[in-house]
Design a protein around this ligand. Sequence first.
Ligand SMILES: [Zn+2]
Ligand SMILES: [Zn+2]
Length: 105
Amino acid sequence: MICHPVTAEEWLAKITHIGKQVRETVEQEAQGVTIRLATITCACRWKRGIMNMYQCLYCNEWLCELCAERHFGKTRKQYREEHPVDYGAINAERAALSQQEGEKR
Ligand SMILES: [Zn+2]
Ligand SMILES: [Zn+2]
């Protein structure tokens, strides 16, 4: 489901879907289901644990990882390629910190 609905029909679909997701959480809460066991159903019908779902900051919809990649505009692989983790710098910083800690002792 797209983030920003355009037509009245799209808006209605969006609001209805998010309303259902909220109801799912309310029902599970009433049953005493803990957050780690609670589930939410994505618009693609995939029911996932809430810990594996992603909520959009802008439209409040909960999305599975596959729909989230589409919704947020890039795959995790694309993001990682654009923002590679600099392990060299992390290791150097860690080594420096360990050395400082060693000096304190
Ligand atoms: Zn959104
Ligand atoms: Zn999905």
